[in-house]
Design a protein around this ligand. Structure first.
Ligand code: ADP
Ligand code: MG
Length: 626
């Protein structure tokens, strides 16, 4: 038999490589921006159309390329950035694989314009699916312009797999922001469908963060500074009170390269322990400088994960640097009346401060939200459908309430009796067994601040508190959206919230569904949203967080496979507002939650398809004793 192995033709090899390098338009954006930075540009323009599906163009004023280099740059493993394997250990460029341009040119229509300072004229190259279509001499300014059209034109399967324009746009914005945050000294412009989204002048780290995330960000930032032999840490964390339920504004840069690291993230979060509510995340923008030979960035094709030689030390240093920054910062508020009072409070989510007098707590409360959703008001309106879930309030209204479980319980006693009453009435028809059991015993207890344990006729059930509450809220929201349509509570004073420009773009896109939900908007501006009405079950103090979560869920691919818009929205809301693992529930709240759960249409499975409870029968227990 003849030999059967052949070398793959270049264009096939390139297409295969492209599968790794180019997952979506945002990958192209990242590669092109990085090339522009490596070329020493101090001004970079990014232009996209239709989420990058129609056009991605990056224009820089860097060193440009000679005609020969321009041709070579599209060859695989063609790079000016490393010459030998040793160079891999002292990398100070973004690129080094020499794969990006070859990969991109294999799966798109690419047009390159480039000129070096010293050359009279530049060169224009057009390449389609790895084939050079034209090469011309051209007049063009110093630097490089790379234009990528019809991404995946020759791989329909990949093209069809792209998400909606909005989702792809969001991925691009993410990449853009990462690069822009890593290089504040470089000026960036970003145009989306012909309009300017970002115009970021050359500045410092702090100013760049503010320019990207909006004017309100400045006051949230606490500087972090630490220099040791292993690592130099600079950057900012956000003050604890600005922590969010959604992840998003969390950035690590190592030697000015954005990286993801669950391990380092943990270091930061653990430094915040006790300062923020469980399930919330601090924002951070942390720049780590290490010796390039002490890291390996070669472990991931898209290079967002790196390996440190001495990860443990970096973890410890990072954690202590942040603790230090937080500590320093916490000294200041005593003297500064502008500071939020929350920061002076010795809060601890472990519920240590249960004896804090009621008065103190109310003082830290937002007076507006108190007006809108005070316990007295809700009980005054009778045992209506929405009141059934009022037990959520001590736990979700604000983090202040976490350490005053005791107080809230007293304040809501009357509420809960009516709550339980109504729930039981409903429960009776659906879950007879447990209803009877609950009637008789009516005891619940909380296990590990995570489960609610209660007895039923046949034994006992262990309920995941967070999932149970998600289910209860989910059905409530769905009902509100589908049946009642736009049940809105008008705010006494409109609420002004600031968002980044890219978030505003998303708010505008989902405006209709937000309105159906019950949100009413007075104004939507550059970085500001004024809200005059919110959905019935959303406490005013949670509005900002809910919107953040809606925005971040929308960016994820959630909406693609979800059945309908209202379903996504209900899911986001229930996820955001439900009690979390780690939150203490008093007895009445536990009871009310159990009752409400079994009044749901589907009480076994959470909205995210997870089991809500398990049953342990008497027999099961008997067996254990055999
Ligand atoms: P890498 O960045 O890993 O070297 P690329 O395929 O991204 O690989 O680029 C190949 C080469 O093309 C680079 O090494 C560089 O010499 C050249 N090049 C790419 N983009 C630019 C640019 N914007 N300006 C100048 N040279 C560039
Ligand atoms: Mg590159």
């Amino acid at each position: 038999m003849a030999d059967i192995i052949q070398l793959l033709p270049d264009h096939v090899a390139n297409q295969i490589a492209a599968g790794e390098v180019v997952q979506r338009p945002a990958s192209v954006v990242k590669e092109l921006l990085e090339n522009a930075i490596d070329a020493g540009a101090d001004s970079i323009k990014l232009i996209i159309k239709d989420g990058g599906k129609a056009l991605i163009q990056v224009i820089d004023n860097g060193i440009g390329m000679s005609t020969t280099d321009a041709r070579l740059s599209f060859e695989r493993h063609a790079t000016s950035k490393i010459k030998s394997a040793e160079d891999l250990f002292s990398l100070n460029t973004k690129g080094f694989r020499g794969e990006a341009l070859a990969s991109i040119a294999a799966i798109a229509h690419v047009e390159l314009l480039t000129k070096r300072e010293e050359d009279e004229v530049g060169v224009q190259l057009k390449i389609e699916g790895s084939k050079v279509v034209t090469q011309d001499v051209t007049v063009t300014p110093k630097g490089t312009s790379l234009c990528v059209k019809n991404l995946f034109f020759n791989i329909p399967a990949r093209r069809n797999f792209l998400k909606s324009i909005q989702v792809e746009f969001r991925h691009i914005t993410d990449e853009f922001q990462r690069v822009a945050l890593a290089h504040p000294n470089i000026q960036f412009h970003f145009y989306n469908n012909g309009s300017e989204l970002f115009n970021l002048p050359s500045s410092n780290y702090r100013q760049r963060i503010v320019n990207v995330f909006g004017g309100k960000t400045n006051e949230k930032l606490v500087p972090v500074e630490e220099e040791t032999q292993v690592v130099k840490i600079t950057g900012f964390i956000t003050k604890p009170e600005f922590s969010k339920k959604s992840r998003g504004e969390q950035f690590f840069f190592v030697n000015n390269r954005f990286i993801k690291s669950a391990y380092l993230h943990h270091a930061v979060v653990s430094a915040f322990e006790g300062l923020i509510k469980p399930g919330n995340f601090p924002g951070y923008f942390l720049y780590l400088d290490v010796d390039p030979s002490s890291i390996d960035i070669n472990i991931h094709p898209t290079k967002t994960e790196i390996k440190f030689d001495d990860e443990h030390t970096i973890y410890a240093l990072l954690r202590s640097a942040i603790k230090h920054a937080l500590g320093q910062f916490n000294v200041v508020p005593a003297l500064d009346f502008e500071q939020d009072q929350n920061l002076d409070t010795p809060y601890a989510y472990k519920g240590k401060g249960a004896e804090v007098p009621k008065v103190v707590v109310d003082a830290t409360f937002n007076p507006f939200s108190h007006d809108m959703a005070s316990p007295s008001k809700s009980s005054g309106s009778g045992g209506g459908g929405t009141n059934r879930s009022s037990y959520e309030k001590p736990n979700t209204k604000g983090w202040e309430n976490l350490y005053v479980g005791l107080e809230s319980k007293v304040g809501k006693e009357s509420d809960f009796s009516s709550v339980s009453f109504e729930s039981e009435a409903i429960t009776g028809s659906i879950f007879d067994d447990s209803k009877k059991a609950l009637d008789h015993v009516a005891t619940t207890f909380q296990l590990k601040r995570k489960y609610i344990v209660t007895t039923i006729k046949s034994g006992m059930i262990v309920i995941d508190q967070s999932r149970a509450h998600q289910r209860v809220l989910y059905e409530n929201f769905l009902k509100n959206i589908t049946i009642k349509e736009a049940v809105s509570q008008q705010l006494l004073f409109p609420l002004s919230l600031s968002f980044s420009k890219s978030d505003i773009v998303i708010i505008e896109e989902i405006l209709d569904s937000l309105k159906t939900l019950g949100f009413a908007f007075d104004k939507i501006e550059d970085e500001l949203v004024e809200i005059s009405g919110v959905p019935l079950l959303v406490p005013e103090s949670e509005v900002g967080m809910v919107l953040d979560q809606l925005i971040s869920d929308y960016q994820l691919d959630v909406q693609i496979d979800s059945f309908s818009q209202s379903d996504i929205v209900s899911k986001t809301l229930c996820k955001t507002l439900a009690v979390k693992t780690g939150e203490q529930l008093d007895n009445d709240s536990q009871m009310a939650l159990v009752n409400d759960l079994f009044a749901c249409k589907e009480f076994k499975i959470s909205p995210f398809n997870k089991p809500i409870y398990i049953t342990i029968t008497g027999d099961d227990i008997d067996k254990k004793f055999m």
